[in-house]
Design a protein around this ligand. Structure first.
Ligand code: F6P
Length: 559
């Protein structure tokens, strides 16, 4: 494994530093003086049309950024990832989420660490598809012989965010009368509310956990099992015998995990479990069996179309020169903003209500991946790394936080994502409502880029102090991502786009984007603190003064 390159030691970094010193962004002038700008900065990515022209870059900056990618070895590392090298150094693992979406019969076959990866991926996909069809057709029935109407996915982090985001995005494809619900939080409210109104006899739980050790998921799985036994018992469908209860679990629980032995220990028949492998990171796992809830509710073909979308973008990254490589360029632009122009956050603003969970999904993808302070060899980084990703769908955000993006003091690059054809093409009288929605997307990116000068404000009759308040500086960078429609394939393309943006940034910074040691400490401490809350005074005494005081408050107010 090669050592990471300190990006600040490269010639390209020095070039970018020099360019930054003399940098005065002026999107108005750049657009006015360069009719070819939009054409040069607009690129196709599978079905997506990506317009980078409203970013704060010149051809010179972009060329230097591409040299930075060359000098930090982005393409080589992508090839190493695809080939199954152990680029997840701290866990000594391959990183092969891209293998999940290789089409059946892809050549040459992918063999990694003695595993026939393609054969294993296709075998699980086939089993999962067959199972989904059995549930959808009504062949799979609950313990009282009734077909499934609801699937409840129990998982957290990557075992939740991808499936729930994709389900929300693709809900118009749900055609089998099966609704999916998602339980993630260990706050008991989540499980209680998600099972509310469900009929246990027609509910199928999917326990989704890569490790099958996650406290939240296993706790919720046990709560769900108790709920099932209680409801089926109350309906007279089962008794309290061990046999009745395990029969109920066999009909109403399946699992997805890399740890099939632990699945069996929980009481779920391994025949009803779907596996994946340690080379699929949790936040990169929606294309694995973690997507079983999607295959059931939306159908296996929808799931395969989603995978095909991912693969189209994987292929784009693998085969396209860096200067036209959309995910690489978007990753490089982020590096430019973070390391040279001082941005700290990045907004993702879908103009598609169906993508309302996409920003939350991206938060895990980007921030768990690139929130690192050391490089992949353990040496400290010499630059800032991962920015804070956040967002909400437009137009809701316009009426909430856009003010700060338009007129605040911070630089917030923003990605706007929109589709041409909506799932629900409604009209308000003569008005095509979706066209009105899209007018907002275009208006916002225009206002952010070009602003409104004091002269323009005055020309409208405004005077005095109001002129400054009504002036928009412009030069607020945006990327516009447009797709014909939010199909399963387009969703896969969008997810893969951001996976590879994240990857590009990680390689430039020399970090391992595929581990997440930073989440461990809190998990360990929670296990130590839980007894203190419940009344263990020795555990309480071991806590710091603030934690002790908060626990005292809890004990005092608990009813
Ligand atoms: O705690 C973080 C994390 O490990 C994530 O990376 C992961 O997606 C999530 O927990 C859930 O883990 P699992 O799928 O093993 O239950």
């Amino acid at each position: 494994m090669t050592s990471p390159i300190d990006p600040t030691t490269t010639a390209a970094w020095a070039e970018l530093d020099a360019l930054r010193t003399a940098f005065t962004p002026d999107l108005r002038a750049w657009f006015d003086g360069d009719p070819g700008r939009v054409g040069r900065f607009s690129l196709p990515l599978a079905d997506l049309h990506v317009d980078l022209s409203k970013n704060l870059v010149t051809d010179e900056v972009l060329a230097a950024l591409v040299r930075l990618a060359e000098q930090t070895g982005v393409a080589d590392r992508f090839a190493a990832m695809l080939a199954g090298q152990h680029i997840n150094t701290t866990e000594d693992r391959a990183v092969l989420h891209t293998a999940l979406r290789r089409p059946a019969g892809a050549t040459p076959p992918l063999e990694v660490d003695g595993q026939d990866v393609d054969a294993d991926v296709q075998a699980v996909l086939d089993r999962m598809s067959a199972f989904a069809e059995r549930v959808r057709s009504g062949e799979w029935v609950g313990v009282t012989g009734q077909r499934v109407t609801h699937v409840v996915n129990i998982g957290i982090g990557g075992s939740d965010l991808g499936p729930v985001m994709a389900y929300e995005a693709l809900k118009p494809y749900a055609d089998a009368g099966i609704e999916a619900r998602f339980v993630s939080n260990i706050d008991p409210t989540d499980l209680a509310q998600k099972v509310s109104g469900l009929n246990a006899e027609t509910t199928l739980f999917i326990v989704a956990s890569k490790t099958f050790t996650t406290l939240e998921t296993l706790t919720n799985a046990r709560l769900a099992r108790d709920w099932l036994w209680e409801k089926l018992g109350a309906a007279g469908a089962i008794g309290t015998s061990e046999e009745d209860r395990s029969n109920a679990v066999a009909h109403h629980f399946i699992a997805v995990s890399t740890a099939l032995d632990k699945v069996a220990a929980f009481g779920i028949d391994p025949a009803n479990a779907f596996g994946f492998w340690d080379w699929v990171g949790g936040r990169y796992s929606v294309g694995s069996a973690i997507g079983t809830s999607l295959a059931i509710a939306l159908g296996p073909q929808v799931f395969r179309d989603l995978l095909a979308g991912f693969h189209a973008v994987d292929e784009h990254v693998r085969t396209t020169p860096l200067a036209q490589n959309v995910p690489v360029l978007m990753g490089l632009l982020n590096v430019w903003y973070v390391n040279f122009l001082g941005s700290q956050t990045h907004a993702v603003l879908p103009y598609a209500q169906q993508l309302h969970r996409f920003p939350a999904y991206l938060q895990q993808l980007t921030m768990e991946s690139n929130g690192k302070s050391v490089r992949w060899d353990g040496s400290p980084v010499s630059t800032d790394t991962g920015e804070v990703f956040w967002g909400e769908p437009g137009t809701n955000g316009q009426h909430a936080f856009y003010q700060l993006i338009h007129q605040g003091t911070r630089l917030i690059p923003a990605d706007f994502i929109a589709v041409v054809n909506p799932a629900y093409p409604l009209r308000d009288g003569e008005q095509d409502v979706h066209a009105l929605f899209l007018a907002n997307f275009l208006a916002q990116t225009k206002a952010l880029a070009f602003g409104k000068t004091a002269e323009e404000v005055e020309a409208e009759g405004t005077t005095g102090a109001l002129v400054a308040a009504r002036t928009f500086a412009g030069n607020r960078p945006t990327t516009s991502i447009f797709a014909p429609a939010l199909t399963p394939s387009v969703l896969g393309q969008l997810i893969a786009l951001y996976e590879h943006i994240t990857f590009t940034q990680g390689v430039v910074w020399g970090i391992n984007s595929f581990d997440q040691w930073g989440v461990e400490l809190g998990k360990k401490l929670a296990l130590e603190i839980a007894p203190a809350i419940e009344g263990d005074d020795a555990a309480l005494a071991a806590q710091d003064a603030s934690t002790q005081a908060l626990i005292a408050y809890y004990r005092e107010h608990r009813v």
